[in-house]
Every structure is written in structure tokens, then in C-alpha cells.
Design a protein around this ligand. Structure first.
Ligand code: NAD
Length: 300
């Protein structure tokens, strides 16, 4: 099939799903902004009806303003959870997410905070406890990626920044949240298919995602006696602000076309897996990474 830019192929019963994207939408600097994207990512499956799987739970989602984090937040709200949305500075995206969560009848606390800053983790925990009095679920999801064709072009500054956001923040926030978790609590970390397949233009990023998988496995073993489960999700290409903000326009145009399903995922297609892992439906799943990557074959 030949899809010109911005023509949508109807592949899923939920909505038209774009398979090609206008290349003239490179965003300068990260995090990217969702509300300027063309087409807008699809965060919500209108056919998804919650059944109270997370009723009364409190979930922290880093990077929850947009992309995968926003879709997870909406699905969690439909399942009855109150949300703490951590993000860097994309206030309008965050407010859009907050509005939808409130429409769904759940509470939402927006926390703009740099996860590289000293004390960020205790600030998130203290704010959450003040607003909701408890923490049940932690979704470590914030991330950055910087396209570089040679290792020689990866500056020390970029390397440290990528590791600080993508893996150090996960460990530090988990450490701060842990004393407040109880049996039945769940931690889900967003990894990436690049942890398994590598990516020749995202070498530092792929390394952080491999570290997330290993952290997930180790922590899952450590916390199993406390009945706290730890899992990861490894997405393939997903249409989120991360990509127009980080990859060259010509790659944006064909983003996701090279996977067996022939298209990028929409964020809402990731959300049910996070519900599974965060809820009692996943009560016997820990230390696992679930691959949502359009059919790319990976070996653990
Ligand atoms: P996104 O741009 O919507 O989300 C990235 C989030 O990270 C933003 O909400 C941003 O606020 C947050 N963030 C970045 N730097 C931060 C900082 N210093 N302090 C606080 N927050 C910060 O994009 P997304 O694709 O939804 O990304 C979510 C996760 O999914 C990331 O971990 C990413 O690596 C992972 N992932 C994405 C894809 C994809 O194709 N989109 C594929 C595999 C994995």
C-alpha cells in the first residue's frame, strides 16, 4: 500500500490510525509538545470501558502529560485511579490530560518538576501523600532520546543527561516511593524495543533502556517477598512528541513503517498493558517485560 503523507489507513476498529506523518514538524528541544503534532496522537480508545480494576488506587506517572503516559493516565482514570502527573514543563499538554482525568471523575495532581533536580523524588512523594495520603502504583515513564549517527558525536553532557532522565530518575523515585508501598502495589517501568534490538542512532538511549530491563528484573526479585510486583513495558514505535522532537524530519515521515504491522502504535494501544501490570489482573506477573512493538521479534 502506498500512503501519502497524512493519509490515514483504517486498520483498527477504534479510529483511523495514521501510517505516515508530515515530515515538516520537527520540534526543537525536548520534551516535545503534543498539542502541535500533526496528526494528534490518539490517547484514548473510546471503546475502552473501565471495570474498576484500579478503584481507589493512587498512581504516580512520570512523563504523564503526553504520549504513552497520558494514555496510561486516561485508562487508569477509567479504571478508578487518582493520578499524579509528573512532567517537565509542557503545561498545556498537562492541563489537557488533567481536564480529561477530571471529566472521568477522578482527581489529578499536576507536578511540573525536573527529574534531574536534587530532591525531586522526595518532592513527588511528599506532594502525593499530601494530596492523596497514599501511593499504590508507580509508573516510571519519563524519557529523552537524542539522535546521533556516531558514538563520537555523543557528548558527555548528552550521555549524562540521557542516563539521568531515563534510568537514574527511575531508581531514585522508586527508592523514595518504596517505603510507602504495600503488598499488592505495582511498579511499571517504560523500557523500549531498543533494549533488545539496539538502535544504531540511539546508542546511549538504548543503553539506558537495557538498564531499565535489568533494574526491573533485579528489583522484582528483591520485592517479591513483599508482594510488590515490578514489570516493564518495551514499546516499539509510538506516535508521541518524543519522535518529532528527536528524529530527523525524513524519518518522522516514515516513522514505524519498518515493523511487521507497518505503522507506529498510537499511545492508547499501550495503555491496557499498563492496566494489566498495575492491577490484580497481573497478580502473578513480576520481573517481566511485555513487548508492544508491532511484531518485531525479540529474544530476552
Ligand atoms: P513523551 O514526549 O510524551 O514523554 C516523555 C516525557 O518525559 C514527557 O512527558 C516529559 O515531560 C518527560 N521528561 C523528559 N525529561 C524530563 C525531565 N528532565 N524531568 C521530568 N520529566 C521529563 O514521549 P513518549 O514516547 O510517550 O515517552 C514515554 C516513554 O516511552 C519514554 O520513556 C520513552 O523512552 C518510551 N518509549 C517511547 C517510544 C516511542 O516510540 N514513542 C518507544 C519506546 C519507548
Amino acid at each position: 500500500m502506498n500512503y501519502p503523507y497524512a493519509k490515514y489507513g483504517v486498520i483498527h476498529q477504534c479510529k483511523d490510525i495514521p501510517v505516515a506523518f508530515p515530515p515538516d514538524q520537527h520540534q526543537h528541544g525536548q520534551p516535545g509538545i503534543e498539542y502541535v503534532m500533526n496528526p494528534l496522537p490518539i490517547s484514548e480508545n473510546p471503546n475502552y470501558v473501565g471495570t474498576g480494576k484500579l478503584k481507589g488506587k493512587v498512581a504516580i506517572i512520570t512523563g504523564g502529560d503526553s504520549g504513552i503516559g497520558r494514555a496510561v493516565a486516561i485508562a487508569f482514570a477509567k479504571e478508578g485511579a487518582d493520578l499524579v502527573i509528573v512532567y517537565l514543563n509542557e503545561h498545556r499538554d498537562a492541563q489537557d490530560t488533567e481536564r480529561r482525568i477530571r471529566q472521568l471523575g477522578r482527581k489529578c495532581l499536576l507536578l511540573p518538576v525536573d527529574v534531574r533536580s536534587p530532591g525531586f523524588a522526595s518532592y513527588i512523594v511528599d506532594s502525593t501523600l499530601k494530596a492523596f495520603g497514599k501511593i499504590d502504583i508507580l509508573i516510571n515513564n519519563a524519557g529523552v532520546q537524542y539522535f546521533q549517527t556516531s558514538l563520537l558525536d555523543i557528548s558527555e553532557e548528552q550521555l549524562r543527561n540521557t542516563f539521568e532522565v531515563n534510568i537514574l530518575s527511575f531508581i531514585l523515585l522508586t527508592k523514595a516511593v518504596l517505603p510507602h508501598l504495600r503488598p499488592g502495589s505495582s511498579i511499571v517501568n517504560t523500557a523500549s524495543v531498543t533494549a533488545y534490538l539496539g538502535n544504531d542512532t540511539l546508542m546511549d538511549y538504548s543503553s539506558t533502556k537495557g538498564a531499565i530491563v535489568s533494574f526491573t528484573r533485579a528489583l522484582a526479585r528483591n520485592l517479591a517477598p513483599q508482594c510488590i510486583r515490578v514489570n516493564a513495558v518495551a514499546p516499539g514505535p509510538v506516535w508521541t512528541p518524543l519522535n518529532p522532537a528527536s528524529i530527523p524530519p525524513e524519518r518522522v515521515a516514515v516513522f514505524g513503517r519498518d515493523v511487521p504491522l507497518g505503522r507506529a502504535a498510537q499511545p492508547y494501544e499501550l495503555a491496557p498493558t499498563y492496566v494489566l501490570l498495575a492491577s490484580d489482573d497481573g497478580s502473578y506477573i513480576t520481573g517481566t517485560t511485555i513487548h508492544i512493538n508491532g511484531g518485531q521479534m525479540v529474544t530476552d
